[in-house]
Design a protein around this ligand. Structure first.
Ligand SMILES: *Cc1c(COP(=O)(O)O)cnc(C)c1O
Length: 223
C-alpha cells in the first residue's frame, strides 16, 4: 500500500511556489482521498462524472474538484455547479453547452481549454492553431457564464524526453501567445495545467502552474 500522506507531503514540499497540485483520484476509493485530504490536499481530479458526483458528498465541502476527463455533452448539466474547474474543454460546442447550462443554473463555470499536441491520435482537444484562431476571433466574448482560466494539455506517452519537452513547450508557447499577444485583455487567464506522475518535473521546467498527479500519490489504478 502506498503511503498516501507521505506522498502528498513529499510532492507539496517539492513543488515551486505558484504550482498547484491536483491529486488525480480517479478509480481510487474515498478512503484514499480522505487520507490525502487529512495530509492537507484540497484539489482533486476525477475523469468520470458519475464517480465524481458519488465522491463529492463523502468529502468535506472545501475540496476543490477538477474534472479532467472527456466530458460528454449529455453529462454537462449534472456537472455544472459541482466542480471548481473543468480542465478538459475539448471543443467549442462543449464550451457553448457548458456556458448555457451554467447560465441556466445561475452559476459561473471556470474552465481550461484542452490542447492536443501529443503524438497519439485518439486524444481530444484543440490544436494550437485552432485554439489561437478561437481567441483571434474573440469567440470568448460571447460567453455569459463561463470563465476561461487557461489551458490544459498532455505530452506524448513516450520515453523520449526531448519529445515530451517539445510537447510541453508547445503548450506553454500557445498559452503565452494568447496571454500576451492575442487576448491580453482576457482577465484571469493564468493557468497552464500540464504534467502527470511520469513527467511533471519537466512540465514545471516548461512553465506548468498546475500538475495532475495520480499514480505517484495513490499507486497504480485498478480499472
Ligand atoms: C489519469 C490522468 C492523470 C494522472 O496520471 P498519473 O500518470 O496517474 O499521474 C493526469 N491527467 C489526466 C488528464 C488523466 O486522465
Amino acid at each position: 500500500m502506498p503511503d498516501i500522506a507521505a506522498n502528498i507531503k513529499r510532492i507539496h514540499a517539492s513543488l515551486p511556489e505558484g504550482v498547484t497540485l491536483c491529486a488525480v483520484s480517479k478509480f481510487h476509493p474515498v478512503e484514499a482521498l480522505r487520507e490525502a485530504y487529512d495530509a492537507g490536499q484540497r484539489v482533486f481530479g476525477e475523469s468520470r462524472v458519475q464517480e465524481l458526483l458519488a465522491k463529492t458528498g463523502q468529502l468535506p465541502a472545501d475540496v476543490r474538484w477538477h474534472f479532467i476527463g472527456h466530458l460528454q455533452t449529455n453529462k454537462v448539466r449534472q456537472l455544472v455547479g459541482r466542480v471548481a474547474m473543468i480542465e478538459s474543454v475539448d471543443s467549442e460546442r462543449l464550451l457553448r453547452l457548458i456556458d448555457s447550462e451554467s447560465e441556466r443554473a445561475g452559476t459561473v463555470s471556470r474552465v481550461l481549454m484542452q490542447l492536443h499536441v501529443a503524438a497519439e491520435e485518439t486524444k481530444f482537444g484543440f490544436t494550437p492553431e485552432e485554439l489561437i484562431d478561437f481567441f483571434r476571433r474573440r469567440a470568448f466574448e460571447s460567453l455569459r457564464a463561463t470563465h476561461i482560466c487557461g489551458v490544459m494539455g498532455m505530452a506524448s506517452n513516450t520515453d523520449d524526453g526531448e519529445r515530451v519537452k517539445a510537447d510541453f513547450m508547445r503548450i506553454a508557447d500557445t498559452f503565452r501567445a494568447i496571454r500576451t499577444d492575442i487576448a491580453p485583455d482576457l482577465r484571469g487567464f493564468d493557468t497552464v495545467s500540464m504534467g502527470m506522475s511520469g513527467d511533471y518535473r519537466t512540465a514545471i521546467e516548461c512553465g506548468s502552474t498546475l500538475v495532475r498527479i495520480g499514480t505517484d500519490i495513490f499507486g497504480p489504478r485498478e480499472y
